[in-house]
Every structure is written in structure tokens, then in C-alpha cells.
Design a protein around this ligand. Structure first.
Ligand code: HSE
Length: 314
């Protein structure tokens, strides 16, 4: 019998924003994952997954990111002897680069903390959500879970111990997310991390730091032109992952030519995102889709806003 039940949702996110690999991410207004969680008087955990791509998500309690994140909260709060029953309704498509596992992890940790009357602070909940991310893709990076949990744009200032800063979303912009129809491996993020170079030259580091500075400065000054320059300037991750996305550089060039402030790979890909002036999204999206077509790849685009809203009770 359920002791308590809560239903929450957590948003899709775009991580990295070009040069901010594993450090910067932003929450989108749509889509969101929905999670209903009950705390029950029995030791077993059960989860049912439905919605977009739900059939591809593990429902094993030790592998499912919502469950792993929620369990981490119970463990940290010292709660034993209770089971969790979950219904996860996927709204964020898995393996597209929109922070799907991050949204499910954030929802799991957030919901569990509420069920227990909020024994953990924001940072501890974040650390638990990171465990969900680790279960999903083998790495406990926080650049999806942090914005999904907290909303807005978040910057990880330090991983050990974890420190996060929430920044105000860029105003007056739309986000274009263009998703190519490619065959995508189940372990997509893990594979996309394995293609990254183990080391880079000092000259590359200098160039990357300049792009990162532009990105941060642009966000903090609410200047999308400067932020966009930073987004487009990734010299490390984007060139390595572009090989996994046919036509990427032409798509990026077309987005910038059509008026985007900045364009890069969305999270670990394969979607490509662009930050564009308000009202320009359709034009930029159409040009991006045209360029994917020219590379022999079908694609579709969607328009979003950067959202202040992170995980919330529904
Ligand atoms: N920072 C992560 C990556 C985001 O690029 O691998 C995707 O989970």
C-alpha cells in the first residue's frame, strides 16, 4: 500500500553549449518527462516506462536513471524498509541530445526528496540525480541534470565538491533543435564520449578558453551575439563528434548564414541546436533541414525557449 505519492516533471536540456563540455547546460520549455512515484511499505522497487522511446529505456531498478536517482536520495536520507513504485512517462526523446536521461534522473531525485519531506538540500539532490546519469551513460556529468533540476542556464563551477551557479537565461532568443534521422546506438552518449581526444595542444586550449569566456560573458551580459560566438567556437568536442553527424558543418554554416547567433551539437548529439533572434527560428530551422537533406539525411526541427523552470510538482 502506498504511503505517499507525488507526480513531478523535469525539462529537456541542451548541454555543453559548444565549448562548455560537461560544464554548461540550459533548460528548455518543452518537452518534459513526467514521473509519478509512490513510497510503499515494502522493500521492492518497480518501474513502468511509457511515452516517447519508452520501450528503449531500461525498467530494471538498478539501471533505470529515475529509480537510481530516487534510491540515492533515500540512501542519503537514511531511509530504509520502503519500496518505490514509479510510472515514467517519457516526453524527452531518448538519445537525441536533449538530455533525456538527465530529465529522468532529475525527476527521480526531485520526487524522492519531496516524498521524504525534503531532507536533502539542492546540491545533495543534484548529486543523487548525477547517480542516475551515471547509470544511464556511465558518467556522472551534471550539465544536463543541473539545468533540468534547477531550470535556466547552469554552470558547474567545480565537480569535487560539486558547485553550481544558476545564470539568467538569455532573453529575446529562440532555440532551434534540428534532429537528423540516423541510426543511433543504445549507448550513444558513452560512444560519443569515447571519440573525444584524450589530449589537445596548448593552442587549442587557448582558443577553447576564449570561446568559453565569450559564452559565459555573453550569458552574463545577456548578449546573445557574444554568447553565440562562444557557442560556435568549440575547438575540441565539436570537431570530434561532427564525424558522427553527416553534413554537420554545412548545417552549421547554413544556420549561421540564416541569422543564428550561434550553432553547435546539442549535448552529445546527434541533434544540432542554434540560438536565434526571436522570430527567426522557422527560417533557420528550414535552412538546417535543407542542408541535412543535401547530405542525404532526413531531419526535422522544433522551436523552444530557454526556460527558468526546472523540475516541479505537477
Ligand atoms: N556533457 C555531456 C556530453 C552531455 O557531451 O557527453 C551529454 O550527456
Amino acid at each position: 500500500m502506498a504511503v505517499r505519492t507525488v507526480e513531478v516533471s523535469a525539462p529537456a536540456t541542451i548541454a555543453n553549449l559548444g565549448p562548455g563540455y560537461d560544464l554548461i547546460g540550459m533548460a528548455l520549455d518543452t518537452p518534459r518527462d513526467f514521473l509519478r512515484v509512490s513510497l510503499v511499505k515494502s522493500g521492492t522497487d518497480e518501474i513502468e516506462v511509457e511515452g516517447i522511446g519508452g520501450e528503449t529505456i531500461s525498467a530494471g531498478p538498478d539501471q533505470n536513471s529515475s529509480m537510481v536517482a530516487a534510491r540515492a536520495v533515500l540512501r542519503r536520507a537514511g531511509v530504509t524498509g520502503y519500496g518505490l513504485r514509479m510510472l515514467l512517462k517519457k516526453g524527452v526523446p531518448p538519445r537525441m541530445g536533449m538530455g533525456s536521461s538527465g530529465a529522468s534522473s532529475a525527476a527521480g531525485a526531485f520526487a524522492a526528496n519531496i516524498l521524504l519531506d525534503n531532507p536533502l538540500g539542492e546540491t545533495e539532490v543534484l548529486e543523487c540525480a548525477m547517480e542516475g546519469e551515471r547509470a544511464a551513460c556511465g558518467s556522472a556529468h551534471a550539465d544536463n541534470v543541473a539545468p533540468s533540476l534547477l531550470g535556466g542556464i547552469t554552470a558547474i563551477l567545480c565537480y569535487d565538491p560539486i558547485r553550481v551557479m544558476k545564470l539568467r537565461p538569455l532573453g529575446g532568443v529562440e532555440v532551434v533543435e534540428t534532429t537528423p534521422e540516423l541510426e543511433i546506438a543504445q549507448e550513444k552518449t558513452k560512444l560519443a564520449r569515447e571519440v573525444l581526444p584524450p589530449s589537445v595542444t596548448l593552442a587549442t586550449v587557448v582558443s577553447q578558453m576564449s570561446s568559453f569566456a565569450l559564452l559565459l560573458l555573453g550569458i552574463m551580459k545577456n548578449d546573445p551575439k557574444i554568447a553565440g560566438e562562444g557557442i560556435s567556437g568549440d575547438q575540441i568536442v565539436e570537431p570530434a563528434r561532427a564525424k558522427l553527424i553527416p553534413g554537420f558543418f554545412e548545417v552549421k554554416k547554413a544556420a549561421l548564414k540564416a541569422g543564428a547567433y550561434g550553432c553547435s551539437i546539442s549535448g552529445a548529439g546527434p541533434s544540432v541546436f542554434a540560438i536565434v533572434p526571436q522570430g527567426r527560428g522557422i527560417k533557420v530551422g528550414e535552412r538546417m533541414v535543407d542542408q541535412f537533406s543535401a547530405a542525404g539525411v532526413k531531419s526535422k526541427f522544433s522551436l523552444h525557449r530557454i526556460s527558468e523552470e526546472g523540475a516541479k510538482v505537477v
